[in-house]
Design a protein around this ligand. Structure first.
Ligand code: NCD
Length: 306
């Protein structure tokens, strides 16, 4: 059984194949004829979504991806309260059970590394849709796909990221994804408390990334592409500095207009890190990025189940 557990498991070749398939999925979704034949691809298969943390894009794009491929769903959008978890059942017992009902399981959970434990007991492929602050590999897939689509390459990049890399599984998986390609420079902007540890920075440097750390958001303005993510309040232990951080760590429309930034990505939800006025600028790419989640997840499901 092939599981999707982390960003490092994908190599460049696999990524290129997946992105090509995502292009085909995009085209098919927008063609009235092909759209119908898509639903023949995985008819009769069932996907379960087990979400123990809130989600809008990840769950709904997975569910619509599955449905567009002809699959049906077994879904718990609030597994923490509506599954037997509330009675004290362990996640591994839940997975062992659900794996006998469905062909693939998409799991989001607040505990770091739990997707691996789930995969170990599952006879169906497990897709990690976020495990605590650790990994979010399918977000990495759609992020790289979007960067490739916009800039036409995934190497020689000058990227800026912010603002809470320490707690952001999205930024962590993105850095891993970027490290598969050569000559990528990343400026990592965060308050000291939200910055990656020296140890983690070293791990990414050893993988080939050129990393610079900065404490001011203005450091992003010289980057070709900027990727921001909100402060992960649910993973912070000290909330007292939150208001101060929110007032400093954001980009305004005016800053973006006068910058060298070509594209701005945000995995969303956006909670203040980008002023709403930024949406009107040509750099704003985040809703398109979220749309790409559908095509990339269709491609991923198709490859796992074929
Ligand atoms: C992110 C997540 O859940 O990690 N959202 C997403 O999947 N697009 C980011 C976040 O919640 O900040």
């Amino acid at each position: 059984v092939k599981h999707v557990l982390n960003a490092r498991q994908f190599n460049k070749k696999e990524l290129a194949i997946l992105f090509k398939r995502a292009d085909e999925m995009r085209e098919a979704v927008h063609s009235p004829h092909k759209r119908r034949t898509l639903t023949e691809l995985h008819k009769g298969r069932v996907m379960a979504t087990l979400f123990y943390e809130p989600s809008t894009r990840t769950r709904l794009s997975f569910e619509t991806a599955a449905q567009r491929l002809g699959m049906s769903l077994a879904s718990t959008e609030n597994a923490r309260e509506s599954s037997s978890n509330a009675k004290g059942e362990s996640l591994t017992d839940t997975i062992k059970t659900v794996a006998n009902y469905v062909d693939v399981i998409v799991l989001r959970h607040p505990q770091m590394g739990i997707a691996g434990q789930a995969a170990a007991v599952s006879r169906a492929p497990v897709i990690n849709a976020g495990d605590g602050g650790k990994e979010h590999p399918t977000q990495m897939l759609l992020d790289l796909y979007t960067i490739q689509q916009k800039l036409g390459r995934l190497h020689n990049l000058n990227i800026g990221i912010g603002f809470d890399p320490k707690h952001s599984r999205v930024l962590r998986s993105l850095l891993t994804g970027l490290s598969h390609y050569s000559n990528n420079k990343v400026t990592v902007v965060a308050p000291k408390e939200g910055q990656l540890s020296q140890k983690e920075l070293q791990v990414f440097r050893n993988k080939g990334l050129t990393l610079t750390t900065e404490t001011y958001p203005e450091a992003l303005l010289d980057c070709e592409l900027v990727y921001v993510n909100r402060f992960q309040v649910e993973r912070l232990t000290d909330h007292s500095l939150m208001e101060k951080y929110r007032s400093i760590y954001k980009l305004t429309a005016k800053q973006v207009q006068n910058s060298r930034i070509k594209y701005i990505l945000d995995c969303l939800p956006r909670v203040g890190e980008l002023e709403p006025g930024v949406d009107e600028l040509p750099q704003a790419t985040y809703f398109e990025q979220a749309e790409n989640g559908l095509y990339v997840r269709m491609a991923l499901l198709d490859s796992l189940l074929s």
